[in-house]
Design a protein around this ligand. Structure first.
Ligand code: SF4
Length: 75
């Protein structure tokens, strides 16, 4: 849900997910792999998206430490 500018910092971007693992996989045409370490997805590709201003619809998303700290600094 997008609540607009009053809810800044609550957006769910895949890049900010604590289960995301960025790695290099030279077997792939695009070697920059974005994997999900959540037990449900078991190191499969993250569902993304990784496009600017597009939130993920992943129900497993949780904020990573960096995002939590950025949100605290906004208070
Ligand atoms: S698939 Fe979902 S839980 Fe896994 S890294 Fe991507 S956004 Fe996070």
């Amino acid at each position: 849900m997008n609540l607009g500018s009053t809810d800044r910092g609550a957006e769910k971007y895949a890049i900010d997910c604590k289960h995301l693992k960025r790695t290099i996989d030279r077997e792939r045409p695009d070697p920059y792999a974005m994997l999900c370490t959540h037990i449900v997805r078991d190191d499969k590709d993250c569902v993304g998206p990784f496009l600017e201003d597009l939130e993920t619809e992943c129900g497993l998303w949780e904020p990573n430490t960096e995002l939590v700290n950025r949100q605290k600094n906004r208070l």
